[in-house]
Design a binder for this molecule. Structure first.
Ligand code: TNX
Length: 522
């Protein structure tokens, strides 16, 4: 009888051990964790080894990142405290990490997996007392393959250092896509050698001040950032918005402008003028030389805001009669098809905002970003048509929307906004088509539009800690996602953000972190 009770108790004991999973302080929460009794203390002088030369830069970067706490020396020795091992063939992003009294082993079948194991280790160290690590066995693999963040640098320009900081924090959170919105109405932010005025003239101004001196990234700076991101396993996807949101470009080269409307002057490129296609394709060719990503985002959003002038433009009228186009929406579709063809010849895949869903682009070579949260039927429509989709609905994934009811300088939509808790819970199972079409859902992304963000202070306040919630929503499976436990782990993360001078919003102490004043036009 005694033994029977013991046997019955064993599973309960194991179960209780498992429930301690949640005691680990890592964001995003790894998907399989076992904690054992005991600790591993890493000394100030520590060693790291790797079984394959490709891992050397990862070990070096890690050593650099933890140098304030630990002096990490690379050694060949099997006895290294931290061992990195490329092994086997498993999912490209998965890794395992085991700590024992002897040391740490991180293994994965790809460098990316090893990198993620190192990010987990970095957090274990960051949030430890005197470098004492729990004894754990972690087997981790992300829920979604696309865990993205978009930054709009047209409305407000932040520059190399701030972007690098963002990339560092993305990497720490295992986010893997940086979507860079480089062109829009107020400014064009990337040097194009063949059309230099795009940057020098198009780069003048920002959302608040149309006369602000030109700000843009030189091609050297772009290369530097793309390299910095790729060392952190982040893919950089450039967006060149067309045919709308093109005013900055049109200031530089008015010959390709399709005009606009009264409220959105010079808003579009001219879809009726053949030269426009050569011009934009030449631009995209330079873009492909700078960005190794297989994707190019060509925008495609909100064209109806400012294409009124197309009704009277001679080139557009001619195009309509030549191609039998009966309305402006068909002209828009024609334009997008032409540019999608160019992107195909450049060996790249198109991404567009959800306006492109009805244009009949080929599903193999296009990806749709669903952003209009108030139009769930568009998501359903995209999935029905077999498009691969990235979910980035305004609510809750636009970080220019407020985080709290009392905040005044961000956006709200009929009173609704984007609190951290809602970011964390995304995506809800109730999303149309979501459960039936999981294969088509590439992942999730938050978008930082910057009409309401004019400086680093507001950027930090709007980005953190929602970025942590986004990361866990993108990485952690539903069964391991626990909002209260996330909040427990978020506290040390906030202390870390504090230590690197990031002015986040503290949802636990809203009064102590008042909203930085903002300015905006509308
Ligand atoms: C919609 S999302 C836009 C942006 C704005 C944003 C503000 C999208 C494809 N277009 O141009 O900056 O709303 O929230």
């Amino acid at each position: 009888m005694k033994y029977l009770i013991l046997i019955l108790l064993i599973p309960i004991f194991v179960c209780c051990q498992k429930s301690e999973n949640s005691q680990l302080v890592v964001i995003p929460q790894p998907n399989n964790v076992e904690i054992k009794a005991g600790v591993l203390k890493l000394d100030k002088n520590c060693t790291i080894s790797f079984n394959s030369a490709e891992l050397k830069p990862l070990a070096e970067l890690f050593a650099e990142q933890i140098k304030d706490d630990i002096e990490l020396k690379i050694t060949d020795a099997e006895q290294a405290k931290i061992q990195l091992q490329l092994t086997g063939t498993r999912d490209a992003e998965s890794y395992s990490l085991a700590t024992s009294r002897k040391g740490v082993t991180i293994s994965a079948s790809t460098e990316k997996g090893i990198f993620y194991g190192l990010q987990t280790l970095k957090q274990l160290l960051l949030f430890s007392q005197s470098n004492e690590l729990p004894l754990v066995s972690v087997q981790d693999v992300p829920r979604f393959g696309w865990r993205g963040l978009m930054l709009d640098e047209s409305r407000c320009f932040f520059g190399v250092e701030k972007v690098k900081q963002l990339l560092d924090l993305m990497a720490l959170h295992k986010l893997n896509v940086f979507h860079w919105h480089l062109t829009d109405v107020p400014g064009w932010r990337i040097e194009i050698k063949q059309y230099p005025k795009l940057a020098t003239v198009g780069g003048i101004g920002n959302d608040l001040d149309p006369d602000a001196p030109a700000q843009f990234y030189t091609q050297e700076e772009i290369k530097e950032i793309v390299k910095y991101a790729s060392e952190r396993f982040i893919e950089v996807i450039p967006e060149i918005d067309m045919p709308g949101h093109a005013r900055a470009a049109n200031r530089a080269y008015p010959e390709f402008s399709g005009g606009g409307s009264q409220s959105h002057p010079e808003f579009t490129f001219n879809p009726g003028y053949e030269g426009t296609y050569t011009y934009l394709t030449n631009i995209l060719r330079e873009i492909t030389e700078l960005f190794p990503s297989k994707y190019i985002h060509l925008g495609g959003d909100e064209v109806h805001f400012g294409n009124e002038n197309w009704n009277k433009d001679v080139h557009v009228k001619q195009l309509m009669s030549n191609q039998n186009l009966t309305n402006l929406r068909e002209v828009e579709a024609y334009f997008i098809h032409r540019m999608a063809d160019s992107i195909k010849t450049l060996n790249r895949t198109v991404i567009g905002w959800d306006e492109i869903v009805d244009f009949g682009l080929d599903q193999e070579n296009s990806v749709v970003m669903w952003w209009r949260h108030d139009k769930p039927n568009i998501l359903q429509n995209a999935l029905n048509k077999n498009y691969k989709v990235v979910l980035c609905p305004r609510i809750p994934l636009y970080f220019d929307f407020d985080q709290a009811e009392s905040h005044k300088y961000g956006r709200k939509w009929g009173g609704a906004f984007s609190p951290m808790e809602m970011v964390y819970q995304f995506p809800p199972d109730s999303l149309p088509g979501f459960n039936e079409n999981t294969k088509l859902i590439k992942g999730i992304q938050a978008n930082i539009w910057t009409e309401r963000i004019q400086d680093n202070t507001r950027l930090d306040f709007m980005t953190y800690p929602r970025l942590s919630a986004l990361a866990e929503a993108g990485w952690t499976n539903n069964q391991s996602k626990k909002p209260d436990d996330f909040k427990r782990r978020l506290k040390p993360m906030l202390e870390y953000l504090n230590s690197i001078n990031i002015g986040y919003y503290n949802p636990f102490m809203p009064k102590e972190t008042p909203e930085p004043t903002g300015k905006f036009r509308e």
